[in-house]
Design a protein around this ligand. Structure first.
Ligand SMILES: Nc1ncnc2c1ncn2[C@@H]1O[C@H](COP(=O)(O)OP(=O)(O)OP(=O)(O)O)[C@@H](O)[C@H]1O
Length: 273
């Protein structure tokens, strides 16, 4: 789902991320860890062409799209619909005067989920149960409402939340809503930047549980940026450790965390409470 080769990202000529190789397969979770300023977020945003001030070189393929040469239109098609970005404080990205249900409905319509057949309709939420034998998929208002309610319930939120405004929900609910939106859109890849850092421990566990379940049940690919090695150990298959823009160590999560080879990785592990 994600293939990165020889990625270099520069701001004003300064190299801030140098990633020779990064692959994330279907159903896999890869985590990028490292301290603040090590280039994790820059790497993540580059994958969707969302680092506008940066000079980016190398090869990036996401869901079959060559990100560095794709047209803006092609990039818009994969952003949100096939590849969802879950940020640290999703509430700030939500329009304050609009109910969550309205926001979600707009996003689904924009990407053709629930549209009339023959009009580029997509089923949303990636579930095979959404398609009938003829391939005709979710259409009409009732169908759209059902896709929305199912997605919200998949992240253990009550469907009543769709009637609320962004300021009426907590940070954890906002993060789960962002994941629900990804599910409703039928996203195949989630890019998550510190997805649990603003949350208390109980909610963190819930969000991690949701992400794990999505991987197992829907084959979702997950690329996670985090400085939280405890979180990473519970969810990631593979880990990349970044320091000052460079990948200093990478490998299976269990191996890197149990037997770190680089002194910096050892330092990060020793800093764990
Ligand atoms: N738009 C920008 N313009 C110039 N420099 C930038 C920009 N965005 C990030 N940088 C620089 O790139 C480097 C890497 O930043 P990045 O945000 O990728 O690190 P990070 O590892 O994600 O850190 P954090 O955990 O604090 O988010 C930093 O030195 C930062 O100052």
């Amino acid at each position: 789902m994600i293939e990165v080769r020889d990625l270099q990202v520069r701001y004003g000529g300064r190299l801030v991320a140098d990633v020779p190789r990064l692959d994330v397969a279907e159903g896999e979770c890869v985590a990028i860890v490292g301290e603040s300023g090590s280039g994790k977020s820059t790497t993540l945003l580059s994958l969707l062409g969302l680092a506008p001030d940066a000079e980016i070189s190398g090869h990036i393929r996401v869901c079959g799209v060559d990100v560095l040469t794709a047209s803006p239109r092609r990039l818009r098609e994969i952003r949100g619909a096939r590849v969802a970005l879950v940020m640290q404080s999703p509430q700030t990205a939500l329009s304050p005067a609009t109910r969550l249900g309205v926001l979600m409905r707009r996003a689904l319509k924009l990407h053709g989920v629930g549209a009339a057949p023959g009009n580029g309709a997509r089923s949303g939420n990636g579930s095979s149960a959404e398609s009938d034998a003829s391939g005709a998929v979710g259409r009409g208002k009732g169908r759209l409402e059902e896709v929305m309610a199912e997605a919200v319930e998949a992240v253990m939120l009550d469907r009543e939340i769709l009637r609320r405004y962004p300021h009426e929900i907590s940070g954890g609910q906002a993060q789960r809503f962002a994941i629900a939106l990804a599910i409703a859109l039928g996203a195949e890849v989630i890019l998550a930047d510190e997805p649990t850092s603003a949350l208390d421990v109980t909610v963190q566990a819930e969000v991690v549980g949701v992400l794990r379940r999505l991987r197992a049940e829907r084959g979702l690919a997950l690329l996670l940026v985090s400085h939280d090695l405890a979180l990473v150990s519970t969810i990631a298959d593979r880990v990349l450790v970044m320091k000052d823009g460079a990948v200093v160590e990478s490998g299976p999560a269990a191996q890197v965390l149990a037997d770190p080879q680089h002194p910096y990785t050892r330092e990060l592990l020793e800093a764990l409470p």
